[in-house]
Design a protein around this ligand. Structure first.
Ligand code: TRP
Length: 334
């Protein structure tokens, strides 16, 4: 029996990943690469929708790869590649665009949110067609499962609809992928605003635990995290979102249960607790930061890893694309 296949993508974030990215996604990627035939890509083409600076995009892509490797994504156990290295993503993306209804695409909540915030003449069409490129990312690899956060659920639904539509119109070509919605337990919130998800789009970086920040900086951020009135260290998202968030972080990184940690800090104040959280976080991230910096010191090695990944990915993607082209009636090049 061959292992089920997973595919997932992550945007090349600006600078460092934050703890939410890691606990929300990358940690589970690392687990899945053992039990699954895993394809992971850094989606640099999707990143173009926010018009990044060219130099920064290139650097961020490399830094993202180095961080994935440092966090345990292992090219011996998965296929790690850059989306733009495999041209089939765009090629199938176009086919997906032709298959998608205008209304259907207009109903994507992420598109609606973004297009409400930005005026019409400044928003790129890429923001609108983003989900069709994502569908192509997934369908090219005949993925069984797609590990993503809850916010991507609607995009996975669209992908399934498009795959089903294509199959019924042109004959069975695509496997219908399932969303593998990443575990809720690992949801991490902003340290300064513990009712919002930890996210790069936060107004200030003071609520983000960045993987590549120096240990002193992260210690300081945790010690200044917003807490709640009262002094009990107790998990209660409604009454104590700040403390609950720190408990989640502590528990996830230490592998100890929330109840055990609550017990340990019974009768102690928030100060002691935050000190302990800071220590766990810093010790956890120290080797990741060291390893990332070491990898970035040898870009030749990173490029070699990416070349192998792109070759493995291309082998699968080109097969799917040629089936698709044939089925939809494109004349083969002689
Ligand atoms: N849209 C995803 C996100 O923002 C990233 C992504 C692009 C992706 N292509 C994908 C995720 C394919 C899973 C599969 O998180």
């Amino acid at each position: 029996m061959s292992k089920p296949r997973v595919l997932s993508g992550i945007q090349p974030t600006n600078g460092s990943f934050h703890l939410g990215n890691y606990l929300g996604a990358v940690k589970q990627w690392v687990e899945l690469q053992e039990s699954h035939d895993a394809f992971y890509c850094v989606v640099d083409l999707h990143a173009l929708t926010s018009s990044p600076d060219p130099k920064e995009l290139r650097q961020n892509t490399l830094v993202s790869v180095a961080q994935l490797l440092a966090l345990g994504v292992d090219p011996e156990h998965c296929t790690l590649f850059i989306q733009s290295h495999v041209a089939e993503h765009n090629q199938l993306g176009w086919v997906m665009e032709c298959l998608t209804g205008f209304g259907e695409a207009s109903r994507m909540t992420q598109f609606k949110d973004k297009s409400q915030k930005i005026e019409n003449d400044r928003i790129g069409v890429g923001v609108f067609t983003y989900p069709m490129l994502m569908a192509a990312d997934i369908l090219l690899y005949q993925a069984d499962q797609v590990p993503v956060g809850e916010d991507q659920r609607q995009h996975i639904e669209l992908t399934r609809d498009l795959a089903t539509r294509f199959n019924s119109q042109y004959g069975k070509t695509f496997r219908i992928p399932e969303g593998y919605i990443l575990k809720e337990g690992a949801k991490i919130y902003d340290l300064q605003d513990p009712t919002s998800k930890m996210s790069k789009s936060a107004e200030s970086a003071s609520g983000l635990i960045e993987l590549l920040d120096a240990p002193e900086i992260n210690t300081k951020k945790i010690k200044s995290a917003v807490t709640d009135t009262g002094r009990e260290v107790r998990f209660d998202v409604a009454q104590k979102p700040g403390i609950s968030n720190l408990l989640t972080i502590y528990s996830t990184l230490s592998g100890r249960s929330v109840a055990e940690i609550e017990n340990e800090f019974d009768g102690k104040g928030y100060g002691d607790f935050k000190g302990a959280v800071a220590e766990v976080v810093v010790e956890y991230l120290r080797p990741v930061r060291t390893k990332t910096l070491e990898l970035l010191g040898d870009p030749g090695h990173l490029n070699a890893i990416l070349r192998v990944g792109a070759d493995k990915a291309s082998a699968v993607a080109s097969k799917t694309l040629s089936d698709v082209y044939e089925r939809i009636g494109l004349l083969a090049r002689g």
